[in-house]
Design a protein around this ligand. Structure first.
Ligand code: MG
Length: 233
């Protein structure tokens, strides 16, 4: 019997890619106010900084921490640490992203239905907890979410079993009692499959021929049919 449904957050419950673009523009706009720099030069320096942090912290939640990308950028442009500048740019990014983010169509309706049927809902996500908590709050998901585990809390990134198992433990469920929904074959589907969690791939154009989910959907609302089907077995 299935009793919990686990969701990925970014690009599964809301469209990250679009708002990320707007938030990145907000960083540049803020930066240009104090430093004369072309967009091209800024983009190059920013990606170099981000790539360094990714390399140095590969496989950890800190590797996605934007405050580190920005600190590295400022070290390149200012040659020192500038706390106020770094924090202002960081806030420009996240304030824009959180203001502009909208849940994907059908998410609230589907979560309501899931709750009505007695399922617990968890979110398992790769990033730092502070930012993911802000997203859950500002997207209006608080009343639907029973548990959260970030890769920062688990100490490992998906598809490692740790974040999935920690969340199942919080929700008092076994892997066989869980369904997982996510957009990334490599992180979400593979992570769920390796533990025997029923995997559902939200296909937003990122399929992987080698990694097969138990089910594939195009929209979150299709989840309800699958739940019905599974409850008959
Ligand atoms: Mg995702």
């Amino acid at each position: 019997m299935k009793k919990v449904i686990l969701f990925d957050l970014d690009d599964t419950l809301y469209d990250y890619a679009t708002v990320h673009k707007k938030a990145s523009e907000a960083i540049f706009k803020k930066f240009r106010k104090s430093v004369k720099i072309s967009k091209k030069d800024f983009d190059e320096k920013f990606s170099a900084s981000r790539n360094e942090i990714h390399r140095e912290l590969s496989g950890t939640a800190s590797g996605h921490n934007r405050v580190l990308y920005i600190q590295r950028l400022i070290e390149k442009t200012h040659g020192t640490v500038e706390p106020k500048v770094i924090l202002d740019l960081y806030d420009a990014y996240w304030d824009t992203l959180l203001n502009k983010s909208k849940l994907n169509p059908g998410v609230i309706k589907t979560l309501k239905e899931i709750k009505k049927r007695g399922f617990k809902i968890g979110i398992v996500t790769d990033l730092t907890s502070h930012i993911q908590l802000r997203k859950i709050h500002s997207l209006g998901l608080t009343n639907y979410v029973d548990g959260l585990v970030s890769s920062e809390e688990a100490g490992r990134e998906k598809p490692h079993p740790s974040p999935f198992l920690l969340l199942l433990n919080k929700l008092d469920a076994k892997p066989s009692e869980a369904i997982h929904v996510g957009d990334s074959p490599k992180k979400d589907v593979e992570g769920a499959n390796s533990l025997g969690i029923t995997s559902i791939h939200l296909d937003i154009g990122n399929s992987d021929k080698k990694i097969k989910a138990n089910y594939k959907i195009k929209e979150i609302s299709e989840l309800l049919k699958i739940i019905e089907e599974l409850s008959k077995n």
